[in-house]
Design a protein around this ligand. Structure first.
Ligand SMILES: [Zn+2]
Length: 458
């Protein structure tokens, strides 16, 4: 028995209708959805009612996309935290009764206070569906099986991918509660077609497998599906994963509070905005949309977060958006290179913007250096400065560390145009992570970090 008709199985897009819709039609649809959502949020979420009242804007006044861009305030994580604190867990941010909640997630707040995320049953189906635009696009079908080397915790992380595999009708194989060695044994035993994980963890499993004498290239895994941190759209990182696994690597970029917002492109060079469930702007520090081709902060609206609606939510992620076709045939917005960094990780050295992802990509060009690195950013006089700590590969002899340092510093200087110090360390000296790796260490005073001066929620 088949879950889909053969002619549907053969189609390239999960939803050809919306994925190839002309821009003008997409934008008309966005405006209708935004107007509906703004009215819904205003009437159901005390947080939104008070935010819009404070900014003296009524839902009915948002008549055009320009109104939406110029009149509606941004909202930030701190606004949601304040609204939730009125009556935890969800407080004034909650839009519908808890009876409708299927699941709760939380983020690991850097300040220690977690942000709570409710998910209705319907939202969970659509969160899953967002993954299908990439899974289906690269040829994954109900006959395939999917391995989750993931602890099923309170973080949204790969739960949405699980919802996606359920929506697809694929087979879920869970590696929850196991260590990395036991997971590799399970992969050998269950022979999954695809594996989910962060780029860091996918590469770490390669190290563990080598210690065990297992060659991951000879396993059943043909698809490596990464999310949670940049890497899938950084050519050198993707290549390292593909060489480790003997598989193709694809990315999805999501935002825990909103869901899987940006499925990757089957051509592997970046991610698309899932314009069926999300709207996005990319803005400069004044809060104005930047022209296509330029970099700014990703501001996202979810049409599918009914329990806790978020409109013009500040992701603090830096992306470059473009209307250039990527080659896969969709009309959805394209962000080449995926997430380029965090706004609070924006480094400016002598007037030059330095993106952490660019530093990562260049480090990988130096044979003899591993994928394990940290960026340390400080402030001296009127300038940021960066020191990179990076581990040598195990087969690199310690006498070569000095040469590698010079080579890496030379490449960074010639490609980025500023001086970045490199320290080469022995293998295993930097910490390893199962979910998001901590790579960015900011030692600058707060006033020297990115500030969004546009209309914010506060
Ligand atoms: Zn594409």
């Amino acid at each position: 028995m088949r879950l889909f008709k053969p002619e549907v199985e053969a189609q390239r897009f999960w939803n050809p209708y919306t994925q190839t819709m002309p821009r003008a039609e997409l934008d008309r649809l966005h405006l209708k959805k935004l107007q509906t959502l703004i009215a819904y949020a205003y009437h159901r979420s005390p947080m939104y009612r008070s935010l819009l009242d404070r900014h003296k804007v009524r839902p009915a006044e948002i008549q055009t996309m320009d109104d939406f861009v110029k009149r509606l305030p941004f909202i930030d994580k701190k606004d949601v935290l304040e609204a939730q604190a009125t009556s935890p867990p969800f407080g004034d941010a909650q839009a519908i009764p808890e009876d409708f909640f299927l699941q709760r997630f939380a983020t690991s707040g850097s300040t220690g206070v977690p942000l709570h995320i409710p998910l209705t049953y319907y939202s969970s189906v659509l969160w899953g569906e967002s993954w299908l635009y990439i899974l289906w696009g690269i040829g994954l079908r109900p006959r395939h099986s999917f391995y989750f080397p993931f602890h099923w915790g309170i973080f949204a992380a790969f739960w949405s991918a699980y919802m996606g595999v359920r929506r697809l009708g694929g087979t879920v194989v869970s590696g929850g509660g196991l260590d990395s060695k036991a997971r590799i044994q399970q992969i050998l035993q269950y022979r999954p077609d695809a594996i989910f994980g962060t780029p860091t963890y996918m590469l770490y499993l390669g190290e563990v497998a080598r210690e065990m004498g297992v060659d991951l290239r000879k396993t059943s895994v043909s698809y490596v599906l990464v999310a949670g941190e940049p890497g899938g759209s950084i050519p050198s990182t993707r290549q390292a994963m593909e060489e480790t696994w003997g598989a193709k690597a694809y990315e999805l970029y999501g935002i825990a509070e909103l869901g899987p917002t940006n499925p990757g492109c089957p051509m592997q060079g970046g991610v698309h905005l899932c314009e069926e469930w999300y709207h996005a702007l990319v803005v400069d520090e004044a809060g104005n949309p930047v022209p296509y081709g330029e970099v700014g902060e990703h501001i996202v609206t979810a049409y599918i977060q009914h329990g806790q609606p978020l409109i013009k939510y500040r992701s603090h992620d830096l992306v470059r958006w473009t209307d250039e076709p990527c080659g896969c045939g969709t009309t959805w917005l394209y962000y080449p290179g995926g997430v380029l960094g965090r706004t609070d990780h924006m480094i400016i050295i002598k007037g030059v913007n330095v993106y952490p992802s660019a530093v990562e990509a260049l480090l990988h060009k130096v044979a003899g250096l591993s994928e394990h690195y940290e960026l340390h950013v400080g402030r001296e006089a009127a300038n940021d400065f960066v020191t990179v700590k990076v581990e040598a590969r195990p087969e690199t002899s310690a006498e070569r560390y000095g040469g590698l340092k010079g080579e890496a510093e030379g490449i960074l200087k010639s490609m980025i145009g500023v001086t970045i110090g490199v320290e080469v360390q022995a293998p295993g000296t930097l910490p390893r992570y199962e979910l998001k790796a901590k790579r960015f260490f900011d030692h600058r005073p707060a006033e020297h970090r990115w500030q969004l001066a546009g209309r914010t929620g506060g």
